[in-house]
Design a protein around this ligand. Structure first.
Ligand SMILES: Cc1ncc(COP(=O)(O)O)c(C=O)c1O
Length: 461
């Protein structure tokens, strides 16, 4: 739903507030007028779900009522009113390789008649281990159901093998529903994040937090040698986009090694960089590695990998620990259906050719959006990591998570998103994220650039 953030300042990031409000009002009318069936779904009233949606994020879109999707293929969604949208959200990365890629469909069709889950491996599951090893360069792998789970399990192992309780996160980070990462910096002090519900422990007791790109802060935070693990994305992608400063990753690796702290690189979003993620493209050397969302082409699955060193220490712990639950693993993890899909993704979908196409069109989109911003002299900028592009309604580049959080302009961003939907393009609802998939076409990219130009023109001209 459209959130009615205050837009009472005379200008919001170069856009007149009155103009912004009248733009939104007329776009809401346009959206609703052409979607009688979706409107009818909404008008029917309570549908059995709490807040009328199976998952509350489905209400986070800027539209007057949710789009109800009839089908999706390649990079196109079609709603129940028959309106097609070029999809640049791609399930917020879950469908980063397109909707129902043909190899994944074939793998699922084969598996669906052979049972879906039995808590035992299949030939496909056994084939995936070496594929992960080869692609991402780490020797040991485990499979979980979501990236949140994989991060939780990897952090648990990191704490076990180092014998340390604390972890360290970056300001503005997001690693899924992982309680201990929900810490923020408030005027330089760690605090529990404001939006948490049902939180009964003080997360700041065991979570340290620094700004991304802050080598001095990191040095100080690791000095006590009490941090088990630094968990970070290689590029911050969940508070718009913050790229690493030159030398930052080398410093991060060196400082964590010196402090006996493990480094967990969460590639769930930055797998947009290339076939081996940012890690392979920039030769990072994580101790632990997590990748969720698109790894099984849209079927729920995630993977987490680790080094020989971590494995050896974990072996010792497992041999000496008492029997009973370890807190790692869930019943449907590595189920037969997900493993069949994952094998197809790793062998036939995440190919060099697919990434070359994605990169080419991402460069085209980046240039097109930047051109629009320049043409209207908007105080905004564009950032990109491989096939993931973000326009940011503030000057850039952003240096850290705090700058990124301040750059966020919810009312303006939601107005732009709604304008783009009405011009045939869907982007992610949370900030201004766009993904290019192997099936995205140049025509779709040019449609988005033209739509952005029209919307920005109406808002700024
Ligand atoms: C970097 C990163 N890690 C982990 C997650 C959690 O993914 P999931 O919601 O699939 O568990 C997200 C979700 O956006 C993410 O961006």
């Amino acid at each position: 739903m459209y959130r009615s953030d205050s837009v009472d300042a005379a200008k919001v990031r170069g856009v007149d507030s009155g103009r912004l409000q009248s733009f939104v009002a007329s776009e809401r009318v346009v959206f609703s007028r052409v979607r009688p069936r979706s409107a009818q779904c909404q008008a029917q009233g309570p549908n059995g779900y709490y807040a009328d949606a199976p998952m509350h994020w489905m209400l986070d879109w800027p539209t007057p009522f949710p789009l109800v999707i009839a089908n999706a293929s390649n990079a196109t969604l079609t709603d129940i009113d028959g309106i097609s949208l070029a999809d640049f959200c791609l399930g917020d990365t879950g469908s980063m390789f397109g909707h129902s890629p043909a190899p994944v469909v074939r793998a699922i069709e084969r598996q669906v008649r052979r049972g879906l889950t039995y808590m035992l491996p299949t030939p496909e599951a056994l084939a995936v281990g070496p594929l992960l090893r080869e692609r991402f360069g780490l020797p040991y792998w485990q499979v979980a159901t979501t990236a949140s789970d994989a991060n939780r399990f990897a952090l648990r192992v990191a704490r076990a093998v180092t014998g340390r309780a604390k972890i360290l996160v970056m300001q503005g980070c997001y690693h899924g529903a992982v309680d201990e990462t929900y810490v923020a910096l408030d005027q330089g002090k760690p605090v529990n994040r404001a939006g948490l519900v049902g939180q009964t422990v003080d997360l700041t007791a065991d979570t340290k937090i620094v700004e991304f790109n802050d080598v001095q802060g990191l040095t100080r935070a690791l000095a006590d040698r009490d941090v088990a693990c630094v968990i970070t994305e290689p590029v911050l992608t969940n508070c718009s986009m913050v790229l690493p400063a030159p030398g930052y990753h080398q410093a991060l690796r060196q400082l964590t090694r010196e402090a006996g702290t493990l480094l967990l690189i969460d590639e769930t979003h930055t797998i947009s960089t290339g076939p081996g993620g940012y890690t392979r493209a920039f030769q990072l050397q994580p101790d632990l590695f997590v990748l969720g969302k698109p790894i099984a082409g849209g079927i729920a699955a995630s993977v987490w990998g680790f080094t020989d060193h971590v494995a050896a220490r974990w072996d010792e712990i497992r041999q000496s620990k008492a029997d009973g639950h370890s807190g790692i693993g869930t019943t449907l993890s590595a189920n037969a259906l997900a493993m069949a899909a994952m094998q197809a993704v790793l062998t036939e979908v995440m190919t060099d050719e697919a990434y070359a196409h994605m990169e080419r069109l991402a460069v085209r989109l980046e240039a097109g959006l930047s051109g629009v911003i320049d043409r209207y002299h908007a105080p905004w900028h564009v950032a990109r990591v491989g096939a993931r592009i973000e326009f940011i309604c503030a000057p850039g580049p952003l240096k850290n998570g705090s700058e990124a959080l301040h750059a966020h302009a919810p009312a303006l961003e939601q107005a732009i998103h709604l304008g783009l939907v009405n011009r045939g393009c869907l982007i992610a609802p949370f900030h201004n994220m766009m993904l290019i998939c192997p099936a995205t076409t140049a025509v779709q990219v040019d449609t988005l650039i033209a739509a952005f130009s029209d919307v920005v023109g109406q808002l700024i001209a």
